[in-house]
Design a protein around this ligand. Structure first.
Ligand code: BYC
Length: 328
């Protein structure tokens, strides 16, 4: 649908447009949810498509680091939990792709952008999972960070995204607990197990803080997203909340967060933390992280291997189409 009234002169069109934007922003200010068939500024649609598709890609690529350990989980119970978690991530990706499609972009187009390397996905999934403790650490830190971020997004102004977040957060809570429980078990185990847990904490801590995106002053999209009620809190606010929550959890299992500058500020009641290596962050975002190439190669192979399923589904749909038309 065009954003401009048909046959209107330029002046009228822009006045109409301004009135529509004003009404749209008033709806957001009243806390109303924007639904797929509602009018929305093109820029809102594009911003949401960008952010939601990046989120969906993150869920799908995010299956790879943990999927790497399914066959090596140390017990049947751990294997079942990990298998369920990785399947949940696939489900999250699918919900969010569906949500993105309600904005008018076909899923195949979005997936193609991922495979071409033109779409972003979360930097965190470009790090390797070297030991079993990494699986615990991903559940604890990565799902923990995702919960902080997505609890906020469950109040986003776009209805389909907000509703997907409510369901996803419930599952992320289980993911975080299974990860934290792995870490608590290793931390209470033999010296070698403790060392393995601490090593994973040392490697995953800083990349987990980077998940929240650049500092607010360098965040190009935040102002717009916050004005339109997509983001309700800034990157730095959410990062701080994650740090505040995680310090106590690390203490409880006697693991040390690898930051000599970490200290409690009585006045602000925040745990202050050291400088994040933004050079590393941008290197990873731009495709030069430890596992970027491997992750994209794995997704491309999976896509090619799945071609026959897509062909079969399309053939089945085509075969059924005349039957359902006849039934109508
Ligand atoms: N990695 O203006 P900014 C999960 C980009 S998966 C890569 O602050 P925005 C899980 C950003 O896209 C959960 N790129 O952006 C799955 C922008 O570039 P463009 C993943 C990043 O959108 C499996 C530029 O930097 N969660 O839980 O306002 C197993 C400037 O940034 C990153 C989501 O996707 C990054 N970390 O804020 C286990 C949450 N950070 O697009 C667990 C949804 C920034 O302008 N997304 N960039 O070229 C969001 O909340 C927001 O998009 C972000 C970034 C906070 C990530």
């Amino acid at each position: 649908m065009s954003d401009q009234a048909p046959h209107a002169g330029a002046g009228t069109a822009s006045t109409d447009e301004q009135a529509r934007v004003a009404e749209f922003e008033a709806r957001i200010a009243r806390g109303e949810s924007i639904e797929p068939k509602d009018w929305m500024p093109e820029r809102y649609r594009r911003q949401l498509t960008r952010m939601m598709s990046q989120h969906a890609h993150s869920e799908i690529v995010g299956m790879l680091p943990e999927g790497n350990w399914i066959t090596r989980a140390p017990s049947l119970r751990r294997k079942l939990a990990l298998l369920a978690k990785v399947q949940d991530e696939a489900g999250h990706g699918l919900y969010i792709y569906c949500g993105t499609e309600t904005l008018g972009t076909d899923r195949q187009e979005l997936v193609q952008q991922l495979l071409d390397g033109t779409a972003k996905y979360s930097s965190i999934f470009n790090y390797p999972t070297l030991t079993w403790a990494d699986i615990g650490c991903i559940g604890w830190f990565v799902d923990g960070a995702a919960i902080v971020n997505q609890t906020m997004l469950a109040h986003a102004s776009y209805g389909p995204y907000a509703r997907a977040m409510v369901r996803i957060c419930k599952e992320e809570n289980f993911h975080k607990r299974q990860g934290y429980e792995i870490m608590a078990t290793l931390a209470g185990g033999t010296p070698a197990q403790r060392a393995m847990a601490q090593d994973a904490v040392n490697r995953w801590w800083w990349p987990s803080l980077m998940m929240f995106g650049p500092h607010d002053k360098d965040s190009s999209n935040s102002d717009e997203l916050m004005r339109w009620g997509v983001k309700r809190k800034s990157n730095d606010e959410l990062r701080q909340r994650f740090v505040n929550l995680t310090v106590a959890q690390a203490k409880a299992v006697d693991l040390t967060l690898p930051d000599p500058d970490l200290r409690y500020n009585e006045e602000t009641e925040n745990w202050e933390f050291g400088a994040i290596d933004w050079d590393e962050f941008w290197r990873v975002v731009k495709g030069d992280g430890p596992c970027n190439r491997e992750r994209l190669a794995a997704r491309r192979t999976a896509h090619e291997d799945g071609a026959w399923v897509r062909r079969a589904a399309a053939a089945y749909a085509a075969k059924r189409a005349p039957m359902s038309e006849a039934a109508d």
